[in-house]
Design a protein around this ligand. Structure first.
Ligand code: GLP
Length: 241
C-alpha cells in the first residue's frame, strides 16, 4: 500500500484530484468508481475547479458509484444520485448515459445487483475506484462481517453508520435501514484503489486498516491485499499510525 501523507483535508482533495485528472488525460475512456459521503466532496470541488480552468474532458469516461440507499428514488434529496448531481455531475461534461448508480427503488433488487455487476464487467471493469472508510471499517456500505467474496448486494446498515449519516437527514428515523452496494470483491476487482482518509474521527479506523490482520470483521483490512492501492491521508487521520 502506498501512503501519501498530506497536511489537511484540502491537500488530500488536491492530491486525489491530481491523480484522477492525470488518469483521464492519459485515457479519456477511463472507468471511474466514485464514492459519496463527506470525505470526497473536496475532491469533486477540485475536479470542478480544474474543469472550469482547463476543460478536462469527461465526455468519454464512464462512472460507477459504490452504493445507494434502498427506498430513496433518484430525485430524493438524500439519494446518492442527487448527491452526485449536486457535487459533481451537474458541473462537468460527463454524459448521462455513462453515469451508473445502483437503483435503490428497483422492485427487483436482486436483478438490480446482477445487472450492476454485469454492466461493470461489460465496460471492462473499474480502472480507478475512489473509496472512503467508515469509522467501523466499512467500505462502500459493506459493514463488518461482510464476506470478502461478495458482489453487488443488498445490505443492512449498521446503527453506527445510520447515526453517522443522519447528519444529512432530518432525523435518524429518516435514514434508510438498507442499501445496495458494490460487494467487497467488486471493489477489489478495480485495477487501482484510492482511499481518502481525513480527520481525527477516522484515525482509529486507519490505524486498524494499516496494522490489523486481514479479517472480515474489519472490511477495509482487505485493502492490504490489493496490488495497487494508494491511501491519501491527512495528519489528523494518521495521528495514531
Ligand atoms: C458512507 C458511504 C461510504 C463512505 C463512508 C464514510 O456511509 N457509504 O462510501 O466512505 O460512509 O463517510 P464520510 O466520508 O462521510 O465519513
Amino acid at each position: 500500500m502506498k501512503i501519501i501523507e498530506v497536511a489537511n483535508y484540502e491537500e488530500m482533495s488536491k492530491a486525489a484530484a491530481e491523480i484522477i485528472i492525470k488518469t483521464i488525460h492519459d485515457n479519456p475512456k477511463t472507468v471511474l468508481g466514485l464514492a459519496t459521503g463527506g470525505t470526497p466532496k473536496g475532491l469533486y470541488k477540485e475536479l470542478i475547479h480544474d474543469y472550469q480552468e482547463h476543460k478536462t474532458d469527461y465526455s468519454e469516461m464512464t462512472s460507477f458509484n459504490l452504493d445507494e440507499y434502498i427506498g430513496l428514488s433518484p430525485d430524493h434529496p438524500n439519494s446518492y444520485y442527487s448527491y452526485m448531481n449536486e457535487v459533481f455531475f451537474n458541473y462537468v461534461n460527463i454524459k448521462k448515459e455513462n453515469i451508473h448508480i445502483p437503483s435503490g427503488t428497483n422492485p427487483s433488487l436482486e436483478e438490480e445487483c446482477r445487472n450492476y455487476e454485469q454492466t461493470i464487467n461489460n465496460k471492462g471493469g473499474i480502472d480507478i475506484q475512489i473509496l472512503g472508510i467508515g469509522e467501523n471499517g466499512h467500505i462502500g456500505f459493506n459493514e463488518p462481517g461482510t464476506a470478502f467474496d461478495t458482489k453487488t448486494q443488498v445490505v443492512q446498515l449498521a446503527e453506527m453508520t445510520r447515526e453517522a449519516n443522519s447528519r444529512y437527514f432530518n432525523s435518524l428515523e429518516d435514514v434508510p435501514t438498507k442499501a445496495i452496494t458494490m460487494g467487497i470483491s467488486t471493489i477489489m476487482n478495480a485495477k487501482q484503489l484510492i482511499l481518502l482518509v481525513s480527520g481525527e474521527k477516522k484515525a482509529h479506523a486507519l490505524h486498524q486498516l494499516l496494522h490489523s490482520a486481514v479479517m472480515e470483521s474489519f472490511p477495509a483490512s482487505i485493502l492490504q491485499t490489493h496490488k495497487n492501492v494508494t491511501i491519501i491521508a491527512d495528519q489528523d487521520a494518521l495521528r495514531c499510525s
